[in-house]
Design a protein around this ligand. Structure first.
Ligand code: ATP
Ligand code: MG
Length: 367
């Protein structure tokens, strides 16, 4: 995929970012984060407020919104819970909803000539009619072999997917001002995590493994650039199903009982431990896949993100199985906390807030 240096952000709507809420609409929940800075040091953030609002089970399918009303209501509830006054939001599309392509064009063109050329080129690469897509492009820099040319990144996504997210936000009285792409938003926030490593993580091969409800995604980074990305179907829903089967509960009862630690004594031994073992096996296998599909043969760190990363002791189980130093993602470690944010809760929620945090950081893009 694309490296972070080129700073791809799918800003269909505008390039300026007023203060905004980072909103991650994922299958299990809507996550919202609001940050501030002290203005002088751009990189010293404070977390003002955040929330994770559970979504009804049928609201999303494969990263698409299927129940607009439910998502809108959940967003509205989120704003209320956070007590925010902000109305502008940054959202992201799943990687699968976005097609990207690099092209080379002559340098020093007028903006409208460039836009025309991008459209012409896009026509060849994008498998939909252009009036069905949102098209955006960004000049990456001079072409590698010819200073007379520039390299351009084109990003396109099906209009419907963008419009559904914008419409859900509108239902809740929110205005979408930034549309990013999920892995890029996660990478933006991960820079805060990487900084905490010795030497800022320089020359270290870092696997960020996000284990959510349905998908386990691995993204390998080296010096801030993505060198490998892969998704596989595995996640916390599997644990929920195991709980349902073992204790004869409905999906909702299973989630509530797990969350409130109200499961029978044999839960850990008979359900949670085997789940953690298979999760660790999946991670180890994903790392092996990375080795066999690239020239690399080493990973220096594994960082666990997503809801499942909150399972106590999971880092040790993964470290033992994969034989790699394993840590839990927390992009807020170096941030100041407003008095509305409870440190214990934030600690547990942090790994699943990576994308929402990266989106909230878009508030502070240079204007
Ligand atoms: N403490 C915990 N122990 C076990 N599982 C947990 C815990 N906290 C959250 N989960 C699980 O994490 C999952 C939610 O994680 P997350 O919010 O990252 O997923 P998502 O982003 O909605 O889904 P995906 O990334 O798969 O598209 C749920 O399946 C939930 O059961
Ligand atoms: Mg997720």
């Amino acid at each position: 995929m694309f490296n972070k240096e080129i700073n791809i952000n799918l800003d269909f709507l505008q390039t300026k970012s007023p203060q905004l809420i980072g909103v991650d609409i994922s299958p299990s929940s809507v996550k919202m984060v609001e940050l501030s800075t002290n203005g002088k040091e751009k990189d010293s953030y404070r977390i003002e407020r955040y929330t994770i609002e559970t979504l009804p089970r049928d609201a999303m399918l494969d990263g698409n919104i299927v129940n607009l009303e439910a998502v809108g209501e959940t967003l509205e509830r989120g704003c209320k819970h956070m007590g925010t006054r902000l109305k502008n939001v940054a959202m992201a599309l799943p990687a699968a909803a976005v097609i990207t392509k690099k092209i080379i064009v002559p340098a020093n063109q007028r903006e409208d000539d460039l836009a025309f050329q991008v459209e012409t080129e896009a026509n060849q690469y994008i498998p939909f009619a252009l009036d069905e897509v949102n098209l955006d492009f960004q000049v990456i820099g001079p072409a590698p072999n010819n200073p007379e040319e520039v390299e351009i990144l084109i990003a396109a996504s099906h209009k419907e997917k963008v419009e559904d997210r914008i419409a859900a936000a509108l239902t809740a009285g929110l205005k979408t001002v930034v549309m990013d792409v999920e892995p890029y938003a996660a990478q933006t926030a991960f820079e805060l995590v990487e900084r905490q490593l010795p030497n800022g993580g320089e020359d270290q091969i870092i696997a960020v493994v996000d284990i959510g409800s349905t998908v386990m995604s691995i993204s390998v980074l080296l010096n801030g650039q993505s060198i490998y990305m892969r998704d596989q179907p595995f996640g916390g829903n599997q644990l929920s199903q195991d709980i349902q089967r073992c204790f004869n509960l409905s999906p909702e009862e299973a989630e509530t009982a797990r969350r409130n630690s109200e499961l029978p004594d044999n839960y850990k031994k008979d359900v949670l431990d085997p789940f953690c073992e298979s999760l660790a096996m999946e991670v180890a296998r994903a790392v092996q896949f990375f080795f066999s599909s690239t020239q690399y043969s080493e990973v220096n760190y594994i960082f666990l993100a997503g809801g499942c990363a909150a399972i106590p002791g999971l880092d040790e189980i993964v470290a033992a199985r994969a034989q790699v130093n394993t840590l839990i993602v927390n992009p807020f470690t170096d941030m100041a906390l407003s008095n509305r944010v409870r440190p214990n809760l934030l600690g547990a929620d942090a790994p699943s807030l990576l994308i929402a945090c990266g989106l909230a950081m878009r508030s502070f893009d240079p204007l």
